[in-house]
Design a protein around this ligand. Structure first.
Ligand code: PHE
Length: 366
């Protein structure tokens, strides 16, 4: 009994003297932990005769309660001391202005892609995407660009060293047109889609970057003709530029994947040094600007995609998204689009809170 008392007092003193929460915890483990001395003593109670137990149990229980209380009290005291120390030393000035939070903007390319999706949704087009790492069958062969087509040359296209499982050369797609093939192969006809995305060419100067953005359009159905193409482009461009006076000029052209192929020009006027779209390019003070490529999908492409060209035909077009953004929002250096300069983004970027987009939509009053 004396021994228990001494042990208990030693423990209580140590607890009282403990200078940190860690030290208190170590003392708790030492006394009340599984292997702690009080826990061990409590275990001995089970093996005692009832008389012996009656004699010794109260002192052991008492020691346990006293040590547990002392530990709780010391823990409280240490925690309060820490809180007092923080209250005394830390200050919080509620009158200080909050630090400025850097706020991001929507990149003009993303903005324009949203606008395109919105306008074409009004016309019943779905949005499709395809891989940027393509194989040469989807990017070239199925689009009727045979092995000797100059666009397939090593210096125009980024190739990967390895071939895919089907032994096709792998490359960074040079246009969004492979999405035409993928959509026809996967979904059959009819088709009404746009496919916005990144494309890559080995090209770099003020108006060309090795990566840029295109949007592809594809309509496949029965009895589709050039008139549908012209109406769709006119409706789209009027909605996009939010002007009713957009005038198009269609010129014969050549793409391997369309026949006939049509280059589309848009009339503009130079106003205060800037090109402002609208009016016929033949009007006084006006000129024409080449805007996009298009045409009726070549029969061979429809065949490559597994459809019967006597039953299905349609039109396709491809246009640079970056260029559309530059024309609509007045930037003049394409390279700045991809420099990631915060000042440029603050100036030309869009607030995410302004969505839905600025486009007026199809059929909205101008
Ligand atoms: N893929 C062509 C290009 O990148 C554009 C285009 C698309 C032309 C669809 C006609 C039809 O230049």
């Amino acid at each position: 009994m004396e021994e228990l008392k001494t042990q208990k007092n030693t423990a209580l003193e140590a607890i009282e003297a403990a200078g940190s929460l860690d030290a208190v915890e170590a003392l708790r483990v030492d006394a009340l932990g599984k292997q702690g001395w009080i826990s061990q003593l409590l275990k001995t109670l089970g093996k005692m005769t009832p008389e012996e137990r009656q004699e010794k149990a109260p002192a052991i229980q008492q020691a346990r309660a006293e040590v547990a209380d002392a530990i709780a009290a010391r823990k409280d005291a240490l925690e309060n001391a820490e809180l007092d120390r923080r209250l005394a030393t830390e200050t919080l000035d509620l009158s200080l202005p909050a630090p400025d939070e850097a706020r991001g903007t929507v990149h003009p390319v993303s903005q324009v892609m949203d606008e395109l999706a919105e306008i074409f949704a009004d016309l019943g087009f779905a949005v499709k995407t395809g891989p940027e790492v393509e194989d040469d069958w989807h990017n070239f062969t199925a689009l009727n660009m045979d092995e000797h087509h100059p666009a397939r040359a090593m210096h125009d296209t980024f190739y990967f060293p390895d071939r895919d499982k089907e032994d096709r050369a792998m490359l960074l797609r040079t246009h969004t047109s492979p999405v035409q093939i993928r959509t026809m192969v996967n979904e059959g006809a009819p088709v009404r889609i746009i496919a916005p995305g990144r494309v890559y060419r080995s090209d770099s100067d003020a108006t060309h970057t090795p990566m840029f953005h295109q949007v592809e359009g594809l309509v496949i159905d029965r009895d589709i003709h050039l008139g549908h193409l012209k109406w769709t482009l006119e409706t789209f461009l009027k909605a996009f530029f939010e002007r009713d006076d957009i005038v198009l000029r269609l010129r014969p052209s050549y793409f391997p994947f369309t026949e006939p192929s049509v280059e589309v020009d848009v009339g503009f006027e130079i106003v205060k040094g800037r090109r402002v779209l609208g009016g016929s390019g033949d009007a006084p003070g006006h000129a024409w600007m080449e805007l996009l490529g298009s045409g009726m999908v070549n029969r061979r492409v429809i065949e490559f995609a597994g459809l019967d060209p006597d039953e299905w035909q349609g039109f396709a077009f491809g246009v640079g998204v970056d260029r559309l953004a530059m024309l609509k929002y007045g930037m003049d250096d394409l390279r700045a689009f991809f420099d990631g300069d915060i000042r440029w983004l603050q100036h030309y970027g869009f607030s995410p809170y302004d969505q839905p987009t600025l486009s007026a939509g199809v059929g909205a009053p101008a």
